[in-house]
Design a protein around this ligand. Structure first.
Ligand SMILES: *Cc1c(COP(=O)(O)O)cnc(C)c1O
Length: 427
């Protein structure tokens, strides 16, 4: 049997950093990444045959647990009919209809293959529709890795953003303004200063890429009101929270209709599928109807659509979200109780099937709050849990995910492991 360590060494010779997406490399927690051999339900097994309770679920998509038999069957059924056509299929209409039914703010939807493509395309569409250039985003929200979105607030200047990645031209970053999440006052100041230049505001209504941080309802309402008043397109990036925090996404939870919505993760059921959609008058600007170009060789891929459509059907089972929410809340509150008993500074939160664990005394409301976490303590906890067969996200800045396959026995086993881990931390 190959060891994770041998695989990691070998991987680094052919793949930059040994991984195909940075967080997988364990850089922030240290140690050797686990190379996954297979998965089933709430578990995966690494190359050494060790089983882990999985709390990342491919960063959200595996809401039904791994290899759900009905999703497997749906994929197997279409496989023999062809892998990709580059021509339309009936299944694409079915998934579009399903998305419209579940997310009523979406009149029309275009399928793409990744969340990055969805947000990048939504921004271009918003710019084409409004004939404006400025984008507003919020610190700590992640919207994929398009140039316009790898931007942080510039020092002193409210208006011009700076790149967060090498290779992003400052001339592109300067069109993006970055504001503090959940700070309504900063939002009002920005709109008063340059509201009529703003093409779009993009936001994670429940943020999951700075750990879990809930959008404040007043903040999101103010955002809706200001966008409407100034003619800016409001984009909810629900790539992570869509079909995760509620069947209708965060917009159903808050009762706020965005103009455009980006979807991904759950809508592919673990396959590469994502989407953006919204108001018909905006979507009409998209090629071939309109002048905003957007395309994709593998968009609406039949295998990905089969997995996604079956997943969307199964999450509509009666009681699904009640059960998912209960299990996730049980985990989060259970961890907080165990930590408190051990005297460790800790808090936890859960929304639907997403949770956050924080080494802070209060649940954070912004990126600055999350930044006050005790990172060495998180890293020690992460490794103790990993050694006990529990796989949490390998970074204090990531959310966690529970699937419907995480039953009471799985949650209880996690809490038992956590009891020992917290006790060891406190010692
Ligand atoms: C994951 C994620 C993306 C990017 O999706 P990819 O499929 O990784 O390109 C965009 N926005 C949010 C909110 C995400 O969580």
């Amino acid at each position: 049997m190959t060891s994770n360590e041998a695989l990691f060494e070998r991987a680094q010779r052919s793949i930059p950093g040994g991984v195909n997406s940075p967080v997988r490399a364990f850089r922030s927690v240290g140690g050797t990444p686990r190379f996954v051999a297979r998965a089933q339900g709430p578990y995966f097994w690494d190359a050494e045959g060790v089983r882990y309770i999985d709390y990342i679920g491919s960063w959200g998509p595996m809401i039904l647990g791994h290899v759900h038999p009905e999703v497997l069957e749906a994929v197997q059924r279409v496989l023999a009919d062809g892998f990709s056509f580059g021509a339309p299929t009936e299944a694409e209409i079915e998934i579009a209809e399903e998305i419209r039914k579940l997310v009523p703010s979406i009149d029309q939807v275009r399928l793409v293959s990744s969340g990055t493509e969805a947000t990048m395309s939504a921004l271009r569409l918003a710019r084409g529709f409004t004939k404006r250039e400025r984008i507003v985003k919020f610190e700590g929200c992640y919207h994929g890795h398009a140039d316009s979105l790898l931007v942080k607030a510039g020092s002193g200047l409210l208006t011009f953003g700076n790149p967060t990645s090498a290779g992003v031209p400052p001339d592109i970053a300067k069109h993006t303004s970055v504001l503090e999440y959940n700070k309504t006052e900063a939002l009002e100041t920005a709109f008063a200063a340059f509201g009529d230049e703003i093409a779009a505001v993009i936001v994670e209504p429940v943020a999951g890429n700075m750990n879990l941080v809930r959008g404040n309802p007043d903040f999101l309402q103010a955002l809706r009101r200001l966008c409407t008043h100034h003619g800016a397109v409001l984009i909810f990036d629900e790539v992570m929270c869509g079909f995760r925090v509620a069947l209708g996404g965060a917009q159903a939870l808050y009762g706020i209709e965005p103009d455009l919505t980006c979807l991904g993760k759950v809508i592919g059921g673990g396959m590469p599928a994502a989407a953006f959609g919204g108001r018909r008058d905006i979507m009409a600007h998209l090629a071939p109807e309109g002048a905003v170009y957007q395309a994709g060789t593998l968009s609406g891929n039949p295998i990905a659509v089969a997995a996604g459509l079956k997943t969307l059907q199964l999450i509509q089972a009666p009681g699904f979200y009640e059960r998912l929410g209960e299990q996730t809340a049980k985990l989060a509150s259970g961890l907080a109780v165990v930590a408190r008993a051990a005297g460790v500074t800790f808090s936890a939160d859960a929304v639907g099937g997403m949770f956050g664990i924080y080494f802070t005394d209060e649940v954070p409301a912004s990126f600055a709050d999350v930044s006050r976490s005790d990172i060495p303590c998180f890293n020690a906890f992460f490794h103790k849990m990993l050694d006990a067969g529990v796989y949490f996200a390998p970074s204090a800045y990531e959310a966690g995910f529970v699937s419907i396959a995480h039953d009471d026995a799985v949650i209880d086993a996690t809490l038992d492991a956590a009891r020992s881990a917290f006790a060891a931390l406190a010692a």
